[in-house]
Design a protein around this ligand. Sequence first.
Ligand SMILES: [Zn+2]
Length: 143
Amino acid sequence: MKPLNSVNLECVFCHNDVETVKHILLACPFVWRLWSNIVRWWGFQWVMPGSVDGLLQWWYGCSMSKLEKKIWMVIPMATHWSIWRHRNECVFNGLQLEFEALCDILKVRVALWTKALPLQVAAFVNDLVYNLQQVKFCLRSGG
Ligand SMILES: [Zn+2]
């Protein structure tokens, strides 16, 4: 067993900070880029919340149509899940995905998880990933 002081606590994404919950799920520059990408995908702009709790409070407090909100509520879970999976792939398998590939995987994951919800959103996975603004427009206008 390694002594505690030899355990590597460095963030696997930026190699520039200690891997705390806040850092790995929100504050790491790599993770922040991912959040910014997904928020821009939605058509929003934002300022980084000060904590993971603050992020979720802001997220859940956003108002939009019921069906849009179905997709919106999937995003934080899918993002945290994708970050954690990617972190584990880096730590345990030495994988280092390209940033754009990780963004694409996250968007497909959001689309697949949305499609698995009981109240189905009538859109194809491909449209959710690549034409989200049109899907949201249709959801708002009831078609
Ligand atoms: Zn980091």
